[in-house]
Structures are given as C-alpha cells and as structure tokens.
Design a binder for this molecule. Sequence first.
Ligand code: SAH
Ligand code: SF4
Length: 460
Amino acid sequence: MTQTQYMEDVAQIMAIRARGSRPMALVRTYGCQQNVADGEKIKGQLEQMGFGFTEEEEEADFILFNTCAVREHAEDRVFGNVGALKNVKRRHPSLLVALCGCMMEQEHVAERIKKSFPYVNLVFGTHVIHKLPELLFRTLTDSRRVFERGDDSEDKQIVEGLPIHRDGTFRAWCTVMYGCDNFCSYCVVPYVRGRERSRSSQAILEEFTGLVRAGYKDITLLGQNVNSYGKHLQEDVNFAKLLRMLDEVEGNYRIRFMTSHPKDATRELIDTIAAGKHISHHLHLPFQSGNNRVLKEMNRGYTREKYLDLIRYAKEQIPDLSLTSDIIVGFPGETYEEFLDTVDLIRQVEFTSLYTFIYSPRVGTRAAKMEDPVPAEEKSKWFQELCAEQEKIAARRCASMIGTVQRVLVEEQNAKTGLLAGRTDGNIVVDFPGAPALIGTFADVNITEARNWILKGVLA
Ligand code: SAH
Ligand code: SF4
C-alpha cells in the first residue's frame, strides 16, 4: 500500500473514533529548528489525514512529542512530560500517544520507553517521518505497540514532496541538507540524524520561490552544517552558489541560514553575503571554545586563529555584520585558564548574542568516555562569568545602534505594553509604537534607546 492509501484509511478510522467531530492532534516540538521543520511536515501529513490541531491535552485524540537529544536537560523534560501523560490517558483511554525525533533514534531511550511507559502507542525515528500514515495505520489496527526506526538505507535518503503545515505566516524554514558527518566528540547529532545529504538545488529553489510568492518575508535555510551543502550531489553547486541562486528570486524578503560550521565557512560565503540583495547581515558561526587544545579534543577541525581570521575578513567586508555563536562550557578536561580563552574570544569578536551551554555527556559519544574532573558547581560559575561578560558586550553593541535606522520585520504586538516587536536584519529585537496592521511587513525604525539586548525606537 502507498502512503496515500494509508492516509485515506487512517482518515476513515479516525473519523469513526472521533464520532463525527474532527479528530484533534497535539504536536509538541522540542529543540532545534530542524526539529521544528520536521514538526511542520508531520503536521502537514496529519492535516491531510483529517486532523485539526490543539494545544490542549484534554482535547486531543492524538498527542505527539517530537523530541530533542542534544543535551540531558532536553531529554529530562521530555521524560517528565511523557510521564505526565499517564493521567491524561487514564481519563481518555482512546487517546493515542506517540514519540518521535532524535531521542527515539537512541537504543537506550527506545528501551526505556518500552519498559517504563506502556501507554505510549507509537515510537518512530527521524528517518521515517514520511511513513507516518503507515505507522499510524499500524498503531490503529494492530494490538501491539509500534516501534519503527527505519533500515540502514533510510538514513541516506531524502523524501521530497511531503505536505507542510507551516506554523508561521511570514517566517518560514527551508531545509537544504540533512544529517551531519562531523562527529564533534561531544555531539549526538550524527548518530541520530544520519549521514549528510543535500537536496537538489532545483527542489530548494522551487520551495523557496513558493515561499516568497506566498508572502513569507523571513526565510531561514536549515542544515546542521549548511557549508557542506552540495558535497555529495552530482551537480556543481556549493552553499555560496545556492545562496546566490536563491537571492535572484524577485521579492521583498530576507534570507537567513543556520548552522555554519567554521571549518567549512569560506571567504566566498562572506563575499556572497556582502554582495547579496536579500541575504541578512547575520552570521551564526558557532566556535564552541576559544582554546586550541579543547577545540582539538572536540574534533572541530579549526583553530582559534583560523576562526578569528575569518571573522576579521567578514567584518571588513560587512561592517554591520551581526555575529552569534554557540559555546560549550566545561568540556571534559577543560581548565579554568582554557575557559578564559573563550571569554577572551567573545571580547575580541563582540557577538550580538550567544547560545551558551554547559557540557552534557551523551551516550555513545567519544567525549562521554573522557575524564571530567571539574565539579558541576565550578562549571556553573564559569558559565555565569561568561554570561555576565556577554551581557556587557551585548549592551554595548545595542547602545552603539542608537541613532541608526533599522529595517525591522514586525512580528507581533506585546499584549501588555501594546508596543510592536520585530527583528532587525541582525536578528536583534526592537520594540516600538505602531499600528498592528504593520505585523508581517518591514518597517524602518529609528533606534532611540537600548535596554541590554533589546532596542527601542520610533517609526522613521
Ligand atoms: N550543527 C550545529 C549545532 C547543532 S547542536 C553546529 O555544529 O554548530 C546545537 C548546539 O548544542 C551546539 O552548537 C553545541 O554548542 C550544543 N551542544 C551539542 N552537544 C552538546 C553537549 N553534549 N553538551 C552541551 N552542549 C552541546
Ligand atoms: Fe554536532 Fe558537530 Fe555535527 Fe554540529 S557539526 S551537529 S556540533 S557533530
């Protein structure tokens, strides 16, 4: 049977179970934008099977958690929330509970779900999202629970043409490549997302053009390492070339992308941003650590000097470039002096904002087997020290923008203050008074005030 046939069967079965009313699904996504994009594909398929969507557990006929495995904290939250579903299921025995996403790609997690959470009906991994209709059909018609992770070939494929239920009306995600081959020693992603594979530039161009035509104003290209886009394709393309191709699409919009890996970021990429018509002057370039020994142990493939050299070039070519990064504090064996190299690097670069994480051991990774003598409280102090330093830098950067005019994509109205809020090209939040009709459009805003990392202004 094809997935379309399964879809029709599931729609019929669900309509009967919901006794005439529309079956409702609650889809909750944890973690990164790639997961959010997957969640939209899952919702697209559910919609075609007749489901409506709800945020209320009590209203749902089907609850799905799309999980994240990147740090222990993310996993604990999922386990906590799955545990809480036990009571919901007791009140609504016909409720279907499903779990998917990166956590489910890990053997030990699937085992724990099997043993400790008997009310979970369906568990599936990241490579079989396109089989959701079949998996739901099996769950509905078989008395056994369904666990599906796909076979070895499935982590190498790309399934095009899945329906997408987009959550936003002016911001959208567009995946350009899947998986990761880098095996940074701390990271679980290559194990749960499979090998790197790129979509054809034609498929991306079609989706992208469709988004611009539909009125999307802020489109983020996604991949674990967008700079290795195209490596395994037959066509002669790389990420910079893809960017230039998309930038040619006529319209009033901006392009963002994440994540760039410093080892593969090129001057060609910087030149492309500098020359672009729609490419935002924002570069998320995670350096993780400012110390060369730690970088080597992390298997990152670049040095502090190489990173700073690229940043210098980028700032020369794009003076108003907004830089952001991810950082790991307390990698196994990191000393306080080595940590200070990270602090020194953020002072030199002056990032707009940082996503800072305390190292979290992940089962199966190389770093999880390394000696990790520094106590958690000590790491937590370093973490605070780094955040305090970044706050000062961000405040300084924001203050330097007072008096400038920024093009802002207006996103929402604050319910309490009535102010509109939007983001600059560099992804900084700006609050300003204005009519709600501006939401979803670009507005020029005169920056009058900076409060830490938030800007305030008036329409120019
Ligand atoms: N592909 C992206 C990152 C994906 S994971 C890249 O290479 O930049 C997002 C971020 O989570 C990473 O950049 C890293 O800072 C953090 N991270 C990943 N594994 C982690 C771990 N085991 N402990 C703490 N932080 C981690
Ligand atoms: Fe993880 Fe490194 Fe791949 Fe990023 S590049 S997903 S940090 S292994």
